[in-house]
Design a binder for this molecule. Structure first.
Ligand code: HEC
Ligand code: HEC
Length: 97
């Protein structure tokens, strides 16, 4: 049996799908929210409200560029870009959830 045009397309689709999975798994490597005194309240908020957006509201109190904990220069988003969905990228550490 020879590989026809349709089979070839199918193989490409599989490669694309794996490529997407790979890209998403890369995102997961973003630093997680530490489980320390400063961040523990957010684990509690998430447990109670199940709302990332609710928890996100508290982050800029410390993470800001007006004297708070600065963002790295290469941070993909700056507070001026609008509301920051911190937990969209920085996940909670699974075992403490
Ligand atoms: C009470 C102040 C405070 C609040 C509120 C706070 N942070 Fe932090 N955060 C810090 C400080 C200080 C550091 C750096 C030192 C440390 O890890 O304690 C830090 C570090 C981090 C780091 C880097 C951890 C690492 O491994 O280097 C991430 C990610 C982070 N915070 C995310 C968040 C997110 C997301 C929120 C909101 C859900 C948040 N923080 C709310 C004070 C705070
Ligand atoms: C679009 C995804 C994204 C969003 C949204 C985002 N970050 Fe980040 N953040 C990153 C990436 C990527 C890095 C650099 C890579 C890493 O985490 O090691 C980073 C780095 C950091 C660091 C430094 C970690 C270290 O010690 O190297 C802190 C602190 C941090 N982010 C806090 C926040 C906070 C607080 C918010 C919300 C106000 C936020 N981030 C929103 C993707 C994001």
């Amino acid at each position: 049996m020879s590989i026809g045009k349709k089979d070839f397309l199918f193989i490409i689709v599989i490669f694309v799908v794996f490529g997407i999975f790979w890209a998403i798994s890369g995102e997961e490597k973003t630093k997680k929210v530490p489980f320390d005194d400063k961040h523990r309240p957010f684990y509690e908020i998430m447990r109670q409200t199940k709302s990332k957006m609710e928890a996100d509201k508290g982050c800029p109190a410390c993470h800001n560029e007006q004297g708070g904990v600065p963002f790295p220069a290469k941070h993909p988003l700056k507070p001026k870009d609008g509301p920051m969905r911190c937990l969209f990228c920085h996940k909670l550490i699974d075992k403490y959830k």
